[in-house]
Design a protein around this ligand. Sequence first.
Ligand code: ADP
Ligand code: TRP
Length: 335
Amino acid sequence: MTDTKKKIALTGIKPTGIPHLGNYLGAIRPALELSKTCEARYFIADYHALNACKDPAVLRKMTLEVAATWLAAGLDPDKVLIYKQSLVPQTHELLTILMAFTPKGLMNRAHAYKAMLQSNAEAGKDPDDGVNMGLFTYPVLMAADILLFDTDFVPVGKDQFQHVEMAVDIAQSFNHVYSCEALKIPQALSSDISSILPGLDGRKMSKSYDNTIPLFVPEKQLRKLIMRIITNSQGVEEPKDPDTCTIFSIYKNFATEAQIQSLRERYLAGGMGWGHAKQELFELMNEHLSPMRARYDELMANPAEIDRILAEGSAKARDFASEKIKYLRQVIGVE
Ligand code: ADP
Ligand code: TRP
């Protein structure tokens, strides 16, 4: 049952392989936290992925992986609506409607498109080389995803703020033309910038830097990766600064206040080597990640179960979406 008093939180998850620890702590865990106070609608943005991925087997695999990840991380499909964008075709009807309210100039300003133009210019290529219309109109499809579900909040990384602002512009333009409030104005939400998780080399953990800890690596490999975290050359006896240490930054995200305080004191006191700190981090992380990893492996061994969950969620999503489209058809006069 829809609780009408609750605000609606919606986000799209691009299927791009198994997420890393930074994705989990910066995106997945906060979105699951938000679902405790909001009515949450989280979907797999597979049509967005099509712009870059044209291999059906890869797209299917990545979709399963990302769905299994969110389910293993604690998403309860009875409480959170989880669906697949490609199973909600109303999205594309709204996309067509919104196209008529989207100035081309707005798309020219989109960061992803501008980045392509620039890299083409630097490589001496034609400005639009490799730019398909899916990439160019990406923000309109994202606006359709958001506006179709009367979204209040969109939890996303800072890199997606511009897209949400574009959805706002498009919705306002639509509402203005018909003197109505048919499209709800969404707001982007982001976890604090200070919560950026460092990777193995101390830079931001990111696929692009190849410094990640994938979320569900087997225990042995997890330990190996943690042992690879780069530290300074301080000896065992030297006091260490927890606030500039990658091990400590990761540890904080899994530990209780008492555990954080205890490790902080041992850093400052000296007498604890990096190897020891890494071992503590490994044990704590493994304790948290083991049950999730087991659930992930179980789901991946049974893709039919993932498909069932996505099909069920998508059927509910279509019910919401077709109501909305019916109403919008009346507004624009095509019913
Ligand atoms: P990557 O940098 O590995 O390509 P993405 O850009 O796909 O990661 O990240 C998806 C989301 O995960 C981001 O929008 C952000 O909210 C979160 N995220 C990614 N890396 C980190 C990190 N190192 N620390 C905190 N959050 C992160
Ligand atoms: N563009 C988002 C990303 O790259 C994914 C996405 C697609 C999305 N549609 C959305 C996010 C709607 C929020 C709302 O991460």
